[in-house]
Write a protein that binds this ligand. Structure first.
Ligand code: C5P
Length: 398
């Protein structure tokens, strides 16, 4: 197989239809797909649709003399860079965990010497059954990677974990697995992102205009280079990145706890726009207008500076700590002083003066400040800024 390629085993489950979209995403990215359809899988998607999208003939039988003549199952199991099982049924997981090989899919899983990525999909009770959880632990110990399952409403009418991860999430996991042994493979990256919401009462909060786009783009770029990413996000409007562990928080205090709980990390990037203050003792009920028209007053407490806390840890400080500085004037001077004050290694300064359209927008124009000095990058999309920053992180951690 020239270029990058996966062997895709489609098991029998209602989620099999999502695998067609996964094939489309892979082909669009020029990843070759050799499709294997189990007998149960063929009850849910047709061999014709799968092979047409994969642009490759279907493999489905263990003792198929034509296929054996063309490509034996041992060869088939090793032709790809990665074996993907989506949907991975309880049965396929059980077979693989126990080394059974009684059909083509299980035989390929036993014969392969390539990494295996499974996207489980099953009824919530089957997923939570001790046998499946045992098999999951065994497979993980054997080095099998997993993406999902998600939690939500299931085709069987129940609710809980067991839904197959969405195709973009599986695709992100495939990209990360195919990234191979880059400088970020096996590294743990922590990214904070988005605004924080500091409650005033049950219906009101103090917030800021951060969209979370820059943080999401950085987390995605890190995951694509093979890093394990913990993404701690406030209530941001940007979609959550694929292929990362998402920790949702609301307040600065929750963000601090989530960040400290996610350490140790090799690199930590603080892209969140954290509120500096929180309302002390927010009201338990909605604050009412006063009959005499007097405006309410609130007492504020200072929020912990998470970047500064992590930068100054004596034990467990990440090897590389990157802060952001959103400034509206004297950007370079303020940001240079801020790097020293916070104790971080790098500081990414951006001009968020309203005329720049950066905060809440899709583009960024940053200056990277390191011990060596400052370099200003051209204005570009937040995705391109993320790629450039992650290039530098990969170099620094190499
Ligand atoms: O001091 P300032 O808010 O400008 O610093 C910005 C940098 O510090 C960002 O990287 C931001 O994520 C981080 N920060 C933090 N905790 C705070 C305030 C800011 O981690 N309470």
């Amino acid at each position: 197989m020239a270029g990058r390629g996966i062997l895709l085993i489609v098991g029998g489950g209602i989620a099999a239809y999502k695998s067609l979209e996964l094939v489309r995403l892979a082909r669009k990215a020029s990843i070759a797909v050799v499709p294997v359809l189990t007998r149960a899988g063929a009850e849910f998607v047709t061999p014709l649709s799968l092979s047409a999208l994969a642009e490759d003939p279907i493999h489905s039988e263990l003792f198929d003399l034509t296929a054996e003549a063309e490509m034996g199952h041992i060869e088939l199991s090793r032709a790809a860079d990665l074996v993907v099982v989506a949907p991975a049924t309880a049965d396929l997981m059980a077979k693989s965990a126990n080394g059974l090989a009684d059909d083509l899919a299980s035989t390929l899983l036993l014969a392969t010497d390539k990494p295996v990525l499974m996207a489980p999909a099953m009824n919530v009770r089957m997923w939570l059954h001790p046998a499946t959880q045992r098999n999951l632990a065994t497979l993980k110990a054997d080095g099998t990677r997993f993406v999902g399952p998600d939690e939500g409403a299931m085709a069987c009418g129940e609710f809980g974990p067991g839904r197959m991860a969405e195709p973009p999430a599986i695709f992100a996991a495939i990209e990360a697995a195919l990234a191979g042994a880059g400088p970020l493979t096996g590294r743990h990256a922590l990214v904070t992102s988005g605004p924080t919401h500091e409650p005033i009462d049950p219906v009101r909060y103090i917030a800021n205009r951060s969209s979370g786009r820059q943080g999401s783009a950085i987390a995605s770029a890190l995951a694509r280079r093979g890093a394990r990413v913990t993404f701690v996000t406030g209530p941001a409007e940007a979609p959550r990145p694929n292929g990362v562990e998402v920790v949702e928080v609301e307040t600065a205090l929750e963000m601090r706890d989530a960040v400290l709980g996610a350490l140790p990390a090799d690199v930590a990037i603080f892209a969140a726009a954290v509120a500096d203050w929180h309302v002390l003792a927010p009201s338990g009920s909605k604050v009412k207008k006063s009959p005499d028209g007097a405006a309410p007053s609130f007492e504020f407490g200072e929020n912990p500076d998470i970047l500064k806390t992590v930068s100054n840890l004596s034990a467990g400080r990440p090897g590389l700590v990157v802060g952001f500085a959103a400034e509206t004037d004297d950007v370079l001077a303020n940001a240079t002083a801020k790097r020293l004050r916070k104790g971080c290694d790098w500081l990414v300064a951006n001009d968020v003066a309203p005329a720049s359209g950066i905060m809440g927008g899709t583009e960024n124009a940053v200056t990277l400040i390191t011990e060596a000095g400052a370099e200003t990058w051209p204005r570009m999309s937040k995705e391109a800024t993320a790629e450039a920053l992650v290039d530098r992180i990969a170099e620094a951690l190499a």
